[in-house]
Write a protein that binds this ligand. Sequence first.
Ligand code: LLP
Length: 438
Amino acid sequence: MNPASTVLPGHPFLAYRQGALALEDVNLSELADMHGTPLFVYSKAAMLAALAAYQRGFAGRRAHICYAMKANSTLAVLQVFAQAGCGFDIVSGGELQRVLAAGGDPSRTLFSGVGKTPAEMRQALAAGIGCFNVESEPELELLSQVAMGMGLRAPVSIRVNPNIDAGTHPYISTGLKGNKFGIAHERVLQTYQRAAALPGLRVVGIDCHIGSQITQEAPYLDAMDRMLDLVQTIEAAGIPIEHIDFGGGLGIDYNGDQPPAADRLWGRLLERVDARGFGQRKLMIEPGRSLVGNAGVCLTEVLYLKPGEQKNFCIVDAAMNDLPRPAMYQAFHQIVPLQHADAAAAAGLRWEVVGPVCESGDWLGHDRALAIRPGERLAVLSAGAYCMSMASNYNTRNRAAEVLVDGDRHHLIRQRETVLDQIRQERLPDSTPASDAR
Ligand code: LLP
């Protein structure tokens, strides 16, 4: 990097160059001029670098990385991972259609989720899905019937709830007894025995997923021990387990968080796997956030500044419908200007950064020191995961456009939505469709 370039800590592909924020080699203000705001921008190199950390961790192993696409399901993002050899973790028939549309391989795709419908089961079986991660006993029975009706045997893994506290936000913690996910540890063996006896099923694996934005190693190590204990018990009962799927959940640095690097974490986990004699077993993982979260930013423009007695409001054109994580989980996202301000100016007022939606919960950042004027633009960082994929049309706001950056090239990968797109499926009950009016 040249001396006029300052990389943002924790964001190696994001740097101020001569004072202007760039993602890889693309100036973000120019993208905002071209496509308007709010605008999501993703770095292909950042996604591939995050993937490479996992690939290093699994070097020489039989391992499949199945990107948990709920984190960001935009087709061009899926294509990056499909072309890099990833499979996918899906939770709906809609996600399966996206995998196929992006050129992903259904046989390397896992179908997770507690509420699969018979239609989704049929769709996945017809596509040749790699494995169903089954989350309840009734789901096993239904899947067996559906598969038999198609003359098939469905490949299944049972999602175990290992009763481990992942130490994360309660809404994104999934591996505790009180959660709706998976089969309780104590019932796992009998559930496997039932699965092995059902004619429409073929047991292939075991899986777990203990939560999201996990920043410590300990819960992972404990969960691995529990999983390996279970594999031993199930195999001792005569049911072979071809693969162990360890889910996703590794956290990212939003605000000085220090999750273990993926290669380091897997180094530690594989030591356990080897020590227990499972080193040759096929491994699967389902990372989402850690592959895309810090690869994306959301660009937004300052509409109004409203200094007040108690608080100063900075009203921007992105809102909770674009970036739902602060409103939903009190999540922190760094917010930085697209034009670097000098230190003296930055020491000015502190701002509540809020959107135009008519809710007090519509905030993007509290108490942020920013040197800004109306018309200036900001970047909300760590916006690659669980932002666009959770975006809504609340307040009849159009969902944002998206751009993928690759070196000095950039591609518009999603056009900004229009109100016509939003109202297309709606009908007024008392109006005669134009084609019927005579
Ligand atoms: N596998 C399963 C079965 C999952 O339920 C999830 C995420 C993942 C994999 C991927 O987890 P990750 O590696 O992304 O942590 N909207 C929340 C996060 C919800 C996570 C849901 N499940 C947020 O914005 O923090």
